[in-house]
Write a protein that binds this ligand. Structure first.
Ligand code: ATP
Ligand code: MG
Length: 279
């Protein structure tokens, strides 16, 4: 199954989130089969990331967005954690500082984009500036409505700078969100994640969905596509995200670079070194 084809938002198309099945598992009703395939994928991802790092020419930016409790942290943990920390970073974006607010909205974002050879995962991103900012009227419509174009241009610039941009929306249902909120209440290891705003924001589900739908329509482009991943079932979510990432990286035709030195000469030097005792 080509998950890219299945879950991509076609540029300019209007998706209705409420009409998309968040519980979809395709051929993977069997959790164990999905887990095995995900592990294969993450091993492959680690291999591909090593090549990207060695090549030191191109880079990869992965953007994760979701409703609260949508599984951004879990996806990072299960799909991206096996990558080598040398060359891979996660960057979260919470409420902007006063300093950030005194600048254009992309200022704080651009600081954290990947350099050559690097993979960066954004846990939330500049899309918050057309999501929560829009839902809560944090800036007037005349301001946020121009941001879609700014985002397209920004991501195009990154792409032209050899950064592959891949964007995932982890799509859960309101029922699944409530279930996860309630599980958090009972799990001492997760209670710290509970926020007073959780239920307040949940009330605005429809407004967030509309804001996401506009962001997808405006900002899913051939070079920086949005994928909407059914995410009620964590095993399927991890499988789909890891599979898409493998496909994206394989398509980049990454190669370990050829050595820049003459290996025969270096071998001769190594043999000479073996014979020579250092004092
Ligand atoms: P979790 O999903 O695990 O709860 P989180 O990413 O929600 O983690 P929180 O500290 O709970 O982390 O929330 C960060 C908050 O910052 C979110 O509500 C998000 O909408 C908000 N935020 C991020 N970027 C902006 C922005 N540009 N303007 C206003 N609020 C923002
Ligand atoms: Mg939160």
């Amino acid at each position: 199954m080509d998950f890219r084809k299945q879950f991509v938002v076609e540029p300019g198309s209007l998706v209705r989130l409420a009409e998309i099945d968040t519980g979809f598992v395709g051929d993977f009703a069997d959790k164990e089969a999905a887990r095995i395939q995900t592990e294969k994928n993450t091993a492959k991802l680690a291999e591909l990331q090593y090549k990207l790092y060695a090549e030191n020419r191109r880079s990869l930016l992965i953007i994760l967005q979701a409703m609260d409790a949508g599984g951004k942290d879990g996806t990072i943990n299960k799909v991206f954690a096996p990558m080598n920390p040398q060359g891979c970073r996660v960057q979260g974006f919470k409420e902007p500082s006063r300093e950030a607010l005194a600048h254009d909205f992309l200022w704080r974002i651009h600081l954290f984009t990947p350099k050559a050879g690097e993979v960066v995962v954004f846990n939330r991103s500049h899309y918050e500036d057309v999501l929560i900012v829009r839902v809560h009227d944090l800036v007037p419509k005349t301001v946020w409505s121009k941001r879609y174009e700014h985002i397209r241009n920004f991501e195009k610039m990154l792409t032209d700078h050899q950064t592959k941009v891949v964007k995932f929306f982890l799509h859960i249902s309101p029922e699944e969100q409530l279930k996860r909120f309630m599980e958090r209440l009972d799990d001492p290891a997760k209670q710290w994640k509970i926020s007073e705003a959780d239920y307040r924001e949940r009330e605005r589900w429809g407004d967030y969905a509309a804001a996401f739908e506009d962001a997808f329509r405006e900002c899913s482009t051939p070079e920086a596509p949005w994928y909407i991943i059914p995410a009620d079932h964590k095993h399927f979510r991890n499988l789909a995200v890891s599979q898409i990432m493998v496909d994206v990286l394989e398509e980049m035709k990454l190669e370990i670079p050829k050595p820049t030195v003459d290996l025969d000469e270096i071998r001769a030097a190594a043999r000479a070194a073996q014979k020579k005792k250092l004092t």
